[in-house]
Ligand binder design. Structure first.
Ligand SMILES: Cc1cc2nc3c(=O)[nH]c(=O)nc-3n(C[C@H](O)[C@H](O)[C@H](O)COP(=O)(O)OP(=O)(O)OC[C@H]3O[C@@H](n4cnc5c(N)ncnc54)[C@H](O)[C@@H]3O)c2cc1C
Length: 481
């Protein structure tokens, strides 16, 4: 019998544990450790944040799903990994602390998957975050709070007041521009539907060098039969909706109604707001690692930002030397071959957007995007690899490199079965590869943008399809990742 432990029950970890149970017989033990009792379909938090969905539509209990699938579920937070065992325990194990009980358990494993996602690093910017002066939609509860604040603002606008709304990035190195972009457009649409659009000034604040960078170093895409740059595509969407933008910005401090920020030219500026939703930078969740002698080996498993090292090329290189081949493929840790990291938990070897610094040495450029589709694909590839290893099949490990995977961002720009619209952007591959695609770094047959009602239907379909799949309803595994 093999013991497989999965840390995290988000998009990547839940995909991996459910597929492992499908691939492996019941004589193998699968355990999921997660501090959150509910699964959150995070992409639809955007709709919760504008009051178009209730939190219960994006959340469901994990325990009954895991009971049905014969997966052990431990409601705890992993804190330490002992990949060689310890003085007292001969097998590798994880230390986990109960969320309510605070009981500490050692959970032994033969294979470990780290799918712990991001630490939402609000502390990186003074005053950032829902417990301080800005809103977030990174969790369902954050999105509920964002909507409570936004709906009060709408009530004031209905009473005749003018308001300023800022949506964007809460730090010069934050990623997840897609989520901010989607929320921005949903807020704009909500204000129109509420009849108060003319009372709001909407500002997008971003660390991107140009709009449409998305942490992917921008892209060329096919749009309406033409090849357009993502800057032109995005700026036209903003201009059509009278949304202002501040680019190349690093927020330094969020006061109650004011953002102090630096821009890449080294100047310091201020932006007032009545409502601000700013995405925090991501870090690893802070797992520690120890060897058999109980010495701290955290730095050999993790980069300083807390993300886990896997089979990427982490040797420092200049921007001109970066290569698609640097990106991890098997997601296997090079030292401890029975450990894998997937989704946001693995360490990217380098950013995709060109790093930029202001004259004050402040880095202002987005970290690489960490989206759901590749996270789920990584979960699947690692589940397949571990199933082969467990079954003693002599096959190469399965791969899911961001330099070989595409991503689809369907950014809803308003709900309504016949009035909704969405901006759909597909990119292939996520990490540009100028050796394979010398002209644009990407395959333009699969890199395109559209806006319209069909995109909204796709977004709605994906919401229901992925929740159906995550709930393990009949034939769930037919729905692709
Ligand atoms: C508002 C928003 C909208 C988005 N929209 C889209 C979209 O439209 N399309 C798209 O492709 N992507 C989208 N994304 C990105 C997508 O949500 C992420 O790529 C995806 O959730 C990453 O999956 P993950 O499994 O790595 O992390 P998560 O889904 O965050 O899961 C991490 C899991 O680890 C658990 N965990 C944390 N710490 C520990 C610990 N110490 N021990 C054990 N478990 C732990 C957490 O509780 C959670 O269960 C969006 C993101 C946001 C914030």
């Amino acid at each position: 019998m093999s013991k497989i432990v999965v840390l995290g029950a988000g998009i990547s970890g839940h995909t991996a544990s459910c597929l492992l149970r499908k691939y492996l017989g019941k004589d193998h033990q699968i355990t999921v450790i997660s501090p959150t009792k509910k699964y959150n379909w995070i992409p639809s938090n955007v709709w919760v944040g504008v009051g178009d969905m209730k939190p219960e539509q994006v959340l469901f209990d994990l325990e009954p799903i895991y009971n049905k699938a014969d997966i052990n579920y431990i409601n705890a937070r992993a804190t330490k990994i002992y990949p060689e065992g310890s003085r007292d325990i001969s097998s590798p194990f994880v230390v986990a602390e109960g969320v309510t009980s605070k009981e500490v358990k050692n959970i032994e494993y033969d294979y470990l998957i780290n799918a712990t996602g991001p630490k939402l690093n609000f502390d990186a910017t003074e005053g950032l975050g829902p417990s301080k002066n800005s809103q977030s939609i990174c969790s369902a509860s954050h999105a509920v709070q964002a909507w409570e604040n936004l709906s009060s603002l709408i009530a004031e606008m209905k009473a005749g007041k003018n308001k300023t709304i800022v949506v964007g990035m809460g730090h010069g190195m934050a990623t997840c521009q897609g989520a901010a972009f989607e929320y921005l457009f949903n807020v704009e649409s909500k204000l129109r539907r509420e009849g108060v659009r003319d009372r709001a000034k909407i500002v997008y604040m971003t660390n991107e060098y140009e709009l449409g960078d998305f942490g992917m170093g921008s892209l060329h895409l096919k749009y309406g039969g033409y090849i357009a740059h993502s800057k032109t595509f995005t700026e036209s969407l903003f201009a059509e909706r009278e949304i202002f933008w501040i680019k190349r910005a690093h927020p330094i401090k969020i006061d109650k109604n004011k953002i102090k920020y630096e821009t890449l030219d080294g100047t310091f500026n201020e932006q007032e707001f009545d409502f601000a939703m700013l995405i925090p930078p991501f870090a690893g969740v802070g797992l520690k690692a120890f060897n058999k002698n109980e010495e701290d080996i955290t730095s050999s498993l993790f980069l300083p930002n807390g993300f886990m090292k896997v089979d990427g090329n982490y040797n420092p290189k200049s921007y001109s030397e970066w290569d698609a081949e640097d990106w991890p493929k098997t997601l296997q840790n090079p030292i401890y071959k029975n450990i894998f990291a997937i989704g946001i938990a693995f360490a990217p070897p380098h950013p995709i957007s060109k790093p930029m610094q202001s004259p004050n040495k402040t880095t202002i450029s987005p970290a690489p995007p960490r989206t759901g589709m590749p996270s789920a694909m990584m979960g699947k590839a690692v589940a397949q690899s571990i199933a082969n290893l467990v079954n003693g099949r002599d096959k190469p490990l399965h791969t899911a490199s961001m330099a070989k995977l595409g991503a689809a961002c369907v950014a809803s720009t308003g709900t309504g079965l016949f009035s909704g619209t969405a901006v759909s952007i597909t990119v292939f591959p996520i990490v540009p590869d100028f050796k394979r695609f010398p002209e644009y770094g990407r395959d333009l047959n699969y890199t395109f943008g559209e806006i319209g009602l069909a995109g909204h239907w796709i977004k709605l379909f994906l919401h229901y399809a992925f929740i159906y799949k995550a709930k393990q309803n009949p034939f769930w595994y037919i729905i692709p990742e």
